[in-house]
Design a protein around this ligand. Structure first.
Ligand SMILES: [Zn+2]
Length: 1159
């Protein structure tokens, strides 16, 4: 028998077999020794020999009396009594936690200033006001109001030598403690959550001391009435200030409280058959017995702590983590502050200040605490509004215990933002972190976002990050995600290590069970046993509490002293954890892989809820692309010189981007916030668009265009997409102009606007009512039959194929009942599909009948309150350019818990449909074979979704929607929802949206990609003043800088999208000074990606620009890889001077190039 008894507990050493081990025997022996008052433990390595050598000298012959077997459950249940706040409170430990407590004006004097109109004044403004006397018991409100308290305290004589003193404040709402000098020192949560502030020695001098409490009339989770926090806020909540006390803490009693908590958790949560559980029950009962025997005296408390030590060891300092035993769970403090949610952005700014000041205070007392913090935006707010806390944070960042993480501007949604937005989240985030703290983040941290787009691993790698942490998939309501630690692989094969903490939370309360679950729920133990435990209260809770840290010290103590509990360590960073993982992979650990999106099987309504916000996001993304492209052109054009006052509008562009990125926060863009947040985001977008229009106008003016053409302007259509377009365009309402013109032109450029006539062959469009209520729309490509407002036949003339199945109706509006299990704004549940109701129009009429374009107006009542008018149009087919049936919908929406969709049954068979996602395509099942397929009954798309066979396909385009489903051969675009929580008025009112049915002979290819871009980027009609008197508006116009406007294009690879064109961040004429500016030549950043999934070679042409060098860069614009100078080629005819560079792109790869221009 080779059992070791070590000072830290009993265990079988690794090299022993279990055969000779009889735990019960050992336990009995130990218990006997203990009762005999002997030293229970022998030194490490002494073995059982030492224990068995002490033979009982005189074993009593006669029994002393009966000894009963404990009824385990009773002795276990009894444990709650000791720390219960209920009927036994004063008889148990809770009654001993304070040595003494005082309140009232003799020691705590209160006065208050209540700012008017829900304003949130600064410290200086507030403290300059007149304060009126206030007292405990008064109530303050209404919801969202602020109240500044001047607090004057003087300690009673007998408090001055007490070990630990705290100021306790509780009004069930959030608050912040300021010194009289205006420094924030601590946050308060209320409701018993975070109510103490430890008083420093200076308070012990017997004098009156002044500080302030800034009270915010909202709870941690806003102001929901009753107990259901997602209900819309009650505007009239009042909060009673019920505690403003000075407390002398009984330090030993408090410590015993935590000892007892963890030991009794061990008694309850260790397996019932384990000796460790029985031992815990015995130790805890002995603590109670000792307390009773000592009449609850201080001595009995100290005695209780001694008994506790037998199970948990010495846990009074951070040194508990110093033992060199191998830890496998790594605790990281975190405070998940939703940038807006059940409160507005303005409150978040204060939540950040409260939470982070509390953390700075806590880490000064608990050196083992490592606190990681995301969202550059929150750091920036702190820097702007609370510079003193920001400095304190900065000094802790330097010390290494406050750790910026995540690298993104906010913890954003990843379903809805476009690819460029995902990149900008990191460009702006990483640049902020690097400029303020000297380092970039290496771990993308996104625990709470509602699903993870398939290209994120690639974007992470492009932004300097090799690891990713999330947690949300543990909320899946259908399938259990099978991995904890794995390699997550993007569409282009890029990978990151992904870890999902097995405790399945990012706001752990640091309980015994969280530590236990770190192994018991770990799903990747075959590869690696380590994990992260992310603990700390989120939102208003302010992150880790001292309670968390006390509990965790004891968890570590239990692992070392008794065993069984996974060994936890604090003091490492999340990066340390991932560093070790990467090292193990390097040394041969083979992680399981997961290819493609991390689809979240919940919150599927967030692709649709808050439609306006989503529309604004799409519009802003498109506008920003145009602005950066045009501003770049201005600053590189040949005649651009010092005499122009135009400067690349970097600050305005940055402000626009930061605002757009902010609104992509994971409760904002998805639509899960309260109404106040959308009032805010509406105002933010409004500002973005006003700035954007100004920037566009300015750039266009510099390029010689007039954004608002006048009667004498020559017209041109501005194409900002890098391919040839031929389109019917609507002309500005100017005298003498027809309603429509034909625009045609190659590549990024201006296009001529001419009448619908030769030299470009075009067929005219026509419409007629062929039978009562049956209309036929035609051009040279399609014959569309519309019956009762729906498309009953769509005949492709070229291939002689009807796309609509016999008897089916496309573009049919359908309404569903929409009551998810709980999370209204978030969820749509699978059973809603059974409530499908077709909406039939009450009037269909021909609204437009011109050779250019024909339209039907379809008027439909949804209910007595709501209606929809759709305009279904077909334009003349121009040349080889493919037509689409376009539908513009104007909706007046006042429903309750309904879901409006439009469906398109098509005569196509495929088990997979394709959806545009960031930088590529995601394919998802059209069937419900398995529960994983079934779970995807509602999914996210971007500008298009497509169902194709090898020979034919149909794409559905949209200009501001994101929710989609394909079930069998029915394609269904989600239009509007009507949840009533947390925003009681979500989506009520008017909406404008456009969608189109785009049939195409042959499989899905670049035609769909381009058509969807075009649908979202209508040609902009501009004028210019260089009107030649001899030319008419119908003649081709020459743009002022034709060469410049068509500078950039891609040749030889139609699957490649030439997307972003912008100036280098740190060019001398662009830089805002966060980083040393790059001297010598201007640079242009060009982003290219493969939209279809095919490795390709193309040539990026830059016309006649004088490009000195071409370098491959990452998303952060760092040079990576070699100079591409050797790939530079002449394009077009010899001697014309057009040059470019060969680019090689992997399937679905995003390539960013930096073109450095000659000085
Ligand atoms: Zn969140």
């Amino acid at each position: 028998m080779a059992l070791s008894t070590m000072q830290t507990g009993f265990y079988i050493s690794d090299d022993d077999t279990l055969e000779n081990y009889d735990p019960e025997y050992v336990t009995q022996r130990i218990e006997m020794q203990r009762r005999a008052g002997r030293a229970a433990y022998t030194p490490a390595g002494a073995g059982l020999v030492a224990a068995s050598s002490s033979v009982a000298a005189n074993y009593p012959q006669l029994a002393a009396g009966p000894v009963g077997k404990q009824i385990h459950r009773i002795y276990q249940d009894r444990l709650r009594q000791f720390v219960d706040g209920g009927q036994y409170r004063e008889q148990g430990l809770v009654g001993k936690l304070d040595e003494a407590r005082v309140s009232g004006p003799e020691h705590v004097k209160l006065s208050v200033y209540s700012p008017p109109n829900l304003t949130r004044p600064t410290f200086a403004d507030a403290t300059a006001q007149t304060f009126r006397p206030a007292k405990v018991g008064e109530s303050f409100g209404p919801s969202w109001s602020t109240h500044w308290f001047k607090v004057e305290i003087r300690l009673p004589q007998d408090f001055r030598n007490r070990e630990r003193l705290e100021f306790v404040w509780d009004a069930n709402n959030e608050g912040m403690i300021w010194t009289a000098q205006g420094d924030v020192v601590h946050g308060l949560t209320g409701g018993g959550e975070r109510t103490q502030w430890r008083l420093t020695p200076k308070f012990r001098n017997g004098q009156w001391h002044v500080f302030y409490v800034e009270m915010a009339c909202n709870g941690m989770f806003g102001n929901a009435p009753g107990g259901d926090s997602i209900q819309p806020p009650d505007p009239n909540r009042y909060f009673q200030l019920h505690t403003a006390d000075i407390v002398a803490v009984n330090v030993q009693a408090r410590a015993l409280y935590f000892d007892f908590w963890e030991i009794s958790d061990a008694a309850r949560e260790f397996p019932g058959e384990s000796w460790e559980a029985h031992e815990a029950t015995q130790v805890a009962n002995r603590i109670i017995d000792a307390f009773i025997a000592g009449g609850g005296s201080q001595d009995s408390i100290v005695e209780g702590r001694k008994i506790a030590k037998e199970y948990i060891g010495d846990v009074d300092t951070e040194k508990v983590y110093d033992s060199d035993k191998e830890a496998i769970v790594f605790g990281i403090g975190y405070c998940h502050i939703d940038t807006c949610w059940l409160w507005p952005f303005a409150e978040t700014k204060r939540k950040v200040a409260r939470s982070w000041s509390s953390q700075c205070d806590l880490m000064e007392r608990y050196p083992e605490l490592r606190f990681c913090c995301t969202q550059a935006q929150q750091f920036k707010w702190l820097e702007q509004n609370y510079p003193q806390i920001f400095d304190r944070v900065k000094s802790h960042v330097k010390l290494g215990n406050f750790q910026p993480i995540g690298g993104s501007w906010v913890e954003h949604d990843t379903n809805l933002p476009n690819g460029e937005s995902l990149i900008r989240q990191f460009l702006y985030g990483q640049r902020y972190f690097e400029s303020r703290f000297g380092e970039r983040c290496r771990t993308f941290w996104l625990p709470d976002t509602f699903g993870y787009s398939t290209q994120l691993p690639q974007v992470c790698r492009l932004a300097g990050m090799t690891r990713f942490l999330t947690q949300k998939l543990s909320w899946n309501n259908i399938n259990n995600f099978p991995h904890t630690t794995f390699n997550w692989v993007a569409l282009d094969n890029s990978q990151v290590i992904c870890h999902m903490p097995p405790s399945e939370t990012y706001t752990a309360e640091a309980n015994f069970g969280d530590v236990r679950r770190s192994v018991s729920q770990h799903k990747s133990l075959d590869q690696d046993k380590t994990s992260l435990l992310v603990f700390g209260k989120g939102d208003g809770g302010g992150g880790p509490t001292y309670q968390h840290l006390e509990k965790l010290r004891r968890c570590r103590g239990i692992s070392d002293k008794t065993g069984m509990l996974p060994r936890l360590k604090l003091g490492d960073s999340a990066d340390d954890f991932f560093d070790r993982l990467e090292k193990r992979v390097e040394n041969g650990t083979e992680l399981v892989t997961w290819y493609g999106e991390l689809y979240f099987e919940l919150h599927r309504g967030t692709y649709t809820t808050q439609a306006n916000n989503k529309r604004n996001n799409r519009k802003a993304e498109i506008m920003l692309r145009d602005i950066e492209y045009l501003a770049t052109l201005v600053t590189i054009k040949k005649d651009f010189s010092a005499k122009s006052s135009y400067k690349y509008p970097k600050k305005d562009i940055d402000d626009m981007w930061e605002n757009v990125l902010l609104c992509q926060f994971h409760d904002c863009l998805p639509g899960s916030s309260i109404e106040m947040c959308y009032d805010d985001s509406d105002a933010i977008y409004e500002k973005v668009f006003v700035t954007g229009e100004r920037l566009l106008s300015n750039a266009l003016a510099e390029l010689g265009f007039d954004d608002k053409p006048k009667a004498d302007s020559k017209l041109a259509a501005l194409n900002t997409l890098p391919w040839t377009r031929t389109e019917i365009v609507e002309l500005p309402p100017l005298a003498g102009l027809p309603k429509y013109g034909l625009a045609h032109g190659a590549g990024l450029s201006t296009m001529e606007v001419r009448q619908l006539a030769s030299p470009y062959p075009a067929s005219i469009a026509s419409v007629k009512e062929i039978r009562p209520n049956v209309f036929e729309l035609r051009n040279s490509q399609f014959i569309v039959e519309v019956t009762d407002g729906a498309i009953t036949s769509l005949y492709d003339i070229n291939v002689q194929r009807n796309i609509i199945p016999e008897g089916k109706k496309a573009a049919q509006l359908v309404l569903y009942d929409d009551k998810p299990l709980y999370w209204q704004a978030w969820d749509v549940e699978v059973y809603h599909l059974a409530s499908r109701t077709e909406l039939l129009p009450h009037k269909v009429s021909i609204s437009e009948d011109t050779p250019h374009r024909v339209s039907l107006k379809i008027e439909t009542k949804i209910s007595d309150q709501s209606s929809i008018t759709t305009t279904l149009s077909l334009s003349a087919a121009v040349g080889a350019s493919l037509s689409a049936v376009e539908i513009a919908a104007s909706i007046d929406w006042h429903e309750t818990m309904k879901f409006l969709k439009v469906e398109f049954p098509v005569d196509i068979v495929n088990t997979e449909a394709s959806y545009e996602t960031q930088f590529g395509i995601v394919r998802r099942p059209t069937h419900y074979n398995t529960s994983w397929d079934m779970a995807k009954f509602e999914v996210c798309c971007h500008k298009w979704a497509d169902l194709s066979e090898a020979t034919y396909g149909v794409s559905i385009l949209n200009d501001n929607k994101y929710g989609f489903a394909v079930a069998g051969n029915v394609m269904r675009l989600s239009l509007l929802r009507a949840p009533k929580a947390p925003d009681a008025h979500a989506d009520m009112g008017r909406h404008e949206t456009r969608y189109a049915l785009f049939p195409h002979a042959g499989p899905l290819d670049e035609r769909t990609v381009r058509k969807a871009f075009e649908f979202n980027n209508p040609l902009r009609i501009v004028g210019h003043k260089t009107r030649d008197a001899s030319s008419s508006s119908a003649a081709p116009s020459s743009a002022p800088s034709p060469g410049l406007l068509s500078t950039f294009r891609i040749l030889g690879a139609p699957n490649l999208v030439l997307d972003t064109i912008k100036r280098g961040e740190d060019d001398a004429d662009v830089s805002r000074g966060e980083f040393p500016s790059r001297m010598g030549g201007k640079s242009i950043i060009v982003r290219i990606w493969d939209a279809l999934g095919g490795k390709s070679k193309g040539v990026l042409s830059w016309g006649e620009l004088a490009v000195k060098s071409v370098k491959k860069v990452n998303a952060l614009e760092d040079e990576v890889g070699e100079d591409l100078g050797g790939e530079m080629v002449c394009v077009g005819r010899e001697g014309e001077g057009e040059r470019g560079v060969r680019v090689r792109v992997r399937a679905f790869e995003v390539v960013t190039l930096k073109l450095v221009l000659e000085d």
